[in-house]
Design a binder for this molecule. Sequence first.
Ligand SMILES: *Cc1c(COP(=O)(O)O)cnc(C)c1O
Length: 496
Amino acid sequence: MKKFYHSTRSADDSVTSKQAILTGIAPDGGLFVSDQLGDDPLDLAEIVKKGYHGIARDVLGTLLSDYTADEVATCVDGAYADNFDTPAVTPLSAVGDDWLLELWHGPTCAFKDVALQMLPRLMSAARAGDADQGGVMIVTATSGDTGKAALDGFADVPGTGVTVFYPAGKVSDVQRLQMVTQRGSNVAVCGIRGTFDDAQTQVKRIFADTELAARLAGRNVVLSSANSINVGRLVPQVTYYFDAYAQLVKAGKVTCGEAVDYCVPTGNFGDVLAGYYAKRLGLPVGQLIVASNTNKVLTDFIETGTYDRRRDFVKTISPSMDILVSSNLERLLYYLTDGDCERVAGWMASLSTTGTYTLPAELMDRMRETFSCGFATDDETRATIRNTWEQEHVLIDPHTAVGKCVLDEMERAGRQRVCLSTANPYKFSADVLAALGHDVSDLDGFACMDRLEELTGVAAPLQLSSLRTAPELHPGVCDQAEMSAFVEDACTRVFA
Ligand SMILES: *Cc1c(COP(=O)(O)O)cnc(C)c1O
């Protein structure tokens, strides 16, 4: 067995990529990393001739080397099939002199689908042969978007189940419908009376409940999470950096080997870290531009060398980027220090006790060789949505607009530039409509969708418009004290 993965905070114990994917987080609280990253670069001249599936096979086969070629192929073919509304999976389109990499053609219309359609299959394959009874129950609290992407990814995947809690009355109409209409024999959804933080706190308690864990272990069931620090979410995202490059080469926009810049709207630093992995695997990346909203903890870090989460949390119109602790940055620190676990552990300890840490100047210089940064306020984001529509006739969502705004302000280095487009604009119809200058105060989610269609002639995706008539299968709402029993009932039902 190839045990290449160990914690960012200690190299003492190594695990296979399958174990890393099933466990999620290392026992010491660190993130799983591999010292093999980049030892085995991909053959760019071959890669650029391939389509999405072929590139995904090469990327996964390299980074998750204890999966067999057959296992990887089955996972790739299952994850990226009719569930995406285009065979290209992540098509590239022009916006002005730059490119948008459309990552939202999956079932929930946002980029997390690319990883969350794959992760359940990787987990299922990792368990195969291990046991025919029991399985992995994913438990997630969601403020809206991740819950649906997890539900859709895990639905009906053998050996897995998924339970999602959302704060009742505190998600949008469309978000609620996306979750409560979810089909699948292994899914459970429940609203809770409380806030997202309440739900999150309870879920953490459920994970820490050793008596519950022991009862479930008796039935060979383990609880796990699907959050973005799992290597099984990171690795599938590396694929589209290569695929975007391949699309540019095929279109004659770059010659093979020429560097390209990528601009990434960022929250947890997962998506942009995947770009760094692609670079380590041989992709000619010029700059990786880290784009933040008003919660610009990463902009400040890249500019000053001090990471400081001691600041007010701001609710913005790009909510999936409203994050003050960008967990995946820990992996980059590991690679920047050439694998110095002790230093990484020290910074992370400092972050959790004091809320801040500072990197030495030479490491920051090293980081800035690849990473640049910028941020956009909500007003700038709205202006970007409006200008992009009026000048380019391209409709973009607020997260993508943060990226585009930052990109537009950067000086051009003469390279082709790709802005990652992370959500379909109709996922955020009200904010997009308001950005175009319309009064949305009396309109519900579907009315905003209709108005936006009339106004722009851009069709809303069927995945969202069909929610209007879909049956509500999970109407339940419970108290926080009932969440643990809800999870246990779901395990009993799913893993009978
Ligand atoms: C999650 C998310 C992001 C941020 O991605 P990270 O990997 O957390 O940096 C950006 N845009 C959208 C629409 C998202 O859902």
